[in-house]
Design a protein around this ligand. Structure first.
Ligand SMILES: C[S@@+](CC[C@H](N)C(=O)[O-])C[C@H]1O[C@@H](n2cnc3c(N)ncnc32)[C@H](O)[C@@H]1O
Length: 266
C-alpha cells in the first residue's frame, strides 16, 4: 500500500506525466467534443454553489470551462501533490481569484460536515489505497441534496496499446490492473452504493486514431511510475519500432477509450 502511494506521489510531482497523456488524447481523439466540456455538462450547479475538487491536478476541468464559470460559485481546489496545487493556482488564479487552493489528501478531508454542494473527484479514486475512507469523507462533507461526481476509466481503456507493451514487458497489464483498476466503470457503482443512495453512470463515447509514433511512446513512458515496470532502453526501442511498423502498414492505430462519470447523491 505505502509503496503504491509512493509511486503515485512520484508520478504526480508535476503535471508532466499527465500532460503527455493529455496530449495524445487532445491530438488523436475521434470525438470532437472535449472531455472536460462533457463532464461539466453533467454537473447540477445553482447560482450559489460551493464546489470542492479533490485531485484537481493542474486544474484542466476549470481551465477548459472558464467561459461557463459563474460569479456566485465558491471554489476549493485541492490535490495531495503540492506541485499540482501550485500549477492549478498558476493556471486558474486569474479566472478564479477567490478560490482556495490547498494540499489535501482525499482520505482525510479537512472540512466540516455538510460544507459543499458539489464534490468532484476526476480520474483519481483509483489511486487511493483506502478508497472506502475517501468515499466516506466525500459523503460527510456533502450538504444534504448535494452531488458527488467522480470520473474514471473502464477495463478496456487503452487496451490495444498495453497489449503491444505487454509483448516487450510481460506483466505490465497485470500491474496496471492491480495499481489503476481498483475503481473503474465496471466496479465503481458498487463501491459508491456503500455510501450513497443514488448512483448514476454516464459513458463518454470516444476512441483514438493515432497516426504518429512519438506521442504514443511518450504516453507509455509517462506511465512508468504507475505500472512500476518501466521499459528498459532496449524494450523502449523495440516498442517504438513496432509502433512505426504498424503505422506504416495500417496508416492509423485504433485504440479503445473507455471513460465515464458517476453521479452520486443521497
Ligand atoms: C490522473 S490525475 C487527474 C487530475 C485531474 N483530476 C484531471 O482529471 O485532469 C490524478 C490526480 O490525483 C491526485 N491524487 C492522487 N492520490 C490522491 C489523494 N490520496 N488525495 C488527493 N489527490 C490525490 C494526483 O496528485 C493527481 O493530480
Amino acid at each position: 500500500m505505502v509503496v503504491f502511494q509512493e509511486l503515485v506521489a512520484q508520478q504526480y510531482q508535476t503535471s508532466a506525466n499527465l500532460n503527455a497523456r493529455s496530449q495524445l488524447h487532445a491530438r488523436f481523439s475521434a470525438n470532437p467534443y472535449s472531455w472536460f466540456r462533457w463532464l461539466f455538462d453533467h454537473f447540477a450547479l445553482s447560482p450559489e454553489s460551493r464546489i470542492l475538487e479533490l485531485g484537481c491536478g493542474p486544474g484542466l476541468l476549470w481551465r477548459e470551462n472558464r467561459d461557463r464559470i459563474q460569479p456566485g460559485w465558491e471554489f476549493t481546489l485541492t490535490d495531495f501533490s503540492p506541485g499540482m496545487v501550485a500549477e492549478a493556482r498558476r493556471n486558474l488564479g486569474d479566472s478564479l481569484p477567490a478560490a482556495d487552493f490547498r494540499v489535501v489528501d482525499a482520505q482525510e478531508i479537512p472540512f466540516p460536515e455538510e460544507s459543499f454542494d458539489l464534490v468532484i473527484a476526476n480520474h483519481m479514486l483509483y489511486h487511493i489505497p483506502e478508497r472506502q475512507w475517501a468515499l466516506a469523507e466525500c459523503r460527510r462533507v456533502l450538504k444534504p441534496g448535494g452531488r458527488f461526481y467522480t470520473s474514471t476509466v473502464g477495463e478496456a481503456h487503452m487496451s490495444e496499446m498495453w497489449e503491444m507493451v505487454e509483448h516487450f514487458r510481460p506483466g505490465v497489464m497485470a500491474q496496471l490492473k492491480s495499481n489503476v483498476m481498483g475503481f473503474t466503470l465496471e466496479n465503481g457503482a458498487a463501491q459508491l452504493a456503500a455510501h450513497f443512495g443514488e448512483v448514476a453512470q454516464y459513458v463518454y463515447e470516444d476512441e483514438l486514431l493515432v497516426t504518429e509514433v512519438a506521442p504514443l511512446v511518450d504516453y507509455v513512458l509517462s506511465s512508468n511510475t504507475l505500472t512500476g515496470l518501466p521499459l528498459t532502453p532496449a524494450q523502449e526501442r523495440d516498442f517504438r519500432a513496432l509502433v512505426a511498423r504498424r503505422l506504416a502498414a495500417e496508416g492509423a492505430l485504433r485504440i479503445t477509450k473507455a471513460s465515464g462519470l458517476f453521479a452520486a447523491a443521497g
